[in-house]
Design a protein around this ligand. Structure first.
Ligand code: SF4
Ligand code: SF4
Ligand code: SF4
Length: 282
């Protein structure tokens, strides 16, 4: 992959954006963590610090969560296509003002895990270029190397239960997801108490099914929830099923532009009524 060329172009662009005042800060990737090897998010404010920005196969985290940390100036976002989709979705959901963000779309051929294997979400990704951007840096080279996650098939109850058994209810997946921005998550509300002191299977199912419903038609398919999970829980398949269903039924995928409202926020008399089992009730 041509990361060196893209990184050099990115640094030059960001230096110029910060110098001419187009942006007051750049939300991007910096040094790799000495523990995980993942490129850590940084916010650069001085043009002369643009050289601290990095672009490589370990720019894994979703940066959309960090835009809110920039206040009072335009934030330039170093945006993988999935990050650009997240930013666009935040604009549609009125969590972000379009004029306060400058999207640098990075062409992306996929990110890897610590063994150099392509992450599962990246192997399945269909957005190699940002659908929304102010500047774009192309030049990514397609080199898919293996497949990081063991990917079981189907939507069986056994598969779901097996994933729940691995979950320790740490909520890292929620914290990593651009779409989980409620000030108080339903899981943290006192009444009813969704989260018992001992996280049992019931609480885990409530959390994951509740989260899947809250992200229905809003998931930007970045894989951050799965990539961050230390227990190796592959719950993205659950949300992906809902995402694919909404796309098939309503022709909507989140974050593809900055105007179209999510499918579940609109109503038309022509809408199908598929019901839970995927069949029209007519
Ligand atoms: S999900 Fe797609 S856009 Fe996001 S890092 Fe992977 S390949 Fe790139
Ligand atoms: S799926 Fe993973 S990241 Fe999410 S709550 Fe369970 S253990 Fe934590
Ligand atoms: S649910 Fe997972 S894949 Fe979807 S937007 Fe959130 S972190 Fe990304």
């Amino acid at each position: 992959m041509n990361f060196e060329y893209q990184e050099k172009s990115l640094r030059e662009l960001c230096e110029s954006l910060l110098r001419d005042g187009t942006a007051g800060a750049v939300v991007g990737f910096g040094e790799r963590s000495s523990v995980s090897g993942v490129a850590m998010p940084i916010i650069v404010k001085k043009p002369e610090d643009s050289g601290r920005l990095s672009w490589n196969s370990r720019c894994v985290p979703s940066l959309a969560r960090y835009i809110a940390d920039v206040k009072g100036v335009v934030a330039a976002l170093v945006a993988k296509p999935c990050d650009a989709r997240a930013a666009a979705a935040l604009i549609v959901e009125r969590q972000l003002d379009r004029k306060n963000i400058y999207i640098i779309g990075m062409e992306c051929a996929g990110m890897t895990d610590s063994d150099g294997l392509t992450l599962a979400a990246c192997a399945e990704c269909s957005s190699r270029r940002a659908p929304v951007f102010d500047s774009e840096i192309r030049g990514a080279r397609e080199v898919l190397s293996g497949y990081a996650a063991a990917s079981a098939e189907g939507n069986s109850a056994d598969r779901f239960r097996a994933e729940m058994d691995k979950c320790i209810l740490c909520f890292s997946c929620r914290q990593a997801c651009y779409g989980c921005y409620c000030e108080t998550c339903f899981m943290d509300r006192g009444t009813p108490n969704w989260q018992p002191s001992k996280p049992d299977t019931g609480a885990k199912m409530i959390y994951h099914l509740g989260r899947a419903m809250h992200l229905a038609g809003r998931c930007v398919e970045c894989g951050a929830c799965e990539n961050v999970c230390a227990s190796g829980v592959n719950v993205r398949y659950l949300i992906k099923s809902v995402t694919d269903f909404i796309d098939a039924e309503y022709g909507y995928r989140a974050g593809m532009d900055t105007e179209t409202l999510p499918a579940l926020q609109t109503y038309s008399q022509d809408d199908g009524e598929p019901g839970f089992w995927g069949k029209d009730n007519e």
